[in-house]
Design a protein around this ligand. Structure first.
Ligand SMILES: [Zn+2]
Length: 120
């Protein structure tokens, strides 16, 4: 199955957030328009406890159950079938994706600076 994975399109990564990507909210209408082209839409959320070593490196962001951790309000979240909450770089594992029979994954993301770091 082909799936669209929306990566961390959360308020804190959009303008006005604590770790904003300039123009980050501009991807939201693009992502919304892509959703209907995929049989499955899934998403990840950066999801940190209030106190974490992660915040020694980055300003506090995407703290669990805060508005900053919410999806951008214009993101069409009703189409998202599954949400992966990740507090660490390795949290989104293939093991999560295999049961969903996902073999082709298209990423839609805005925070490339931090994401690239996580992948290496
Ligand atoms: Zn984070």
């Amino acid at each position: 199955m082909k799936a669209l994975l929306i990566v961390d399109v959360q308020n804190d990564f959009c303008p006005g957030g604590t770790l904003a990507v300039p123009g980050g909210d501009k991807v939201v209408p693009v992502i919304n328009s892509l959703m209907d082209s995929f049989p499955l839409v899934i998403a990840s959320k950066d999801w940190h406890p209030k106190d974490t070593v992660h915040f020694k490196k980055w300003p506090p962001h995407c703290v669990q159950n805060t508005p900053g951790a919410d999806f951008h309000p214009k993101l069409n979240a009703s189409k998202i079938k599954k949400i992966f909450l990740k507090g660490s770089p390795t949290a989104l594992l293939y093991a999560d994706l295999i049961p969903l029979a996902i073999f082709t994954l298209v990423l839609a993301l805005l925070a490339t600076h931090s994401f690239q770091k996580r992948l290496t």
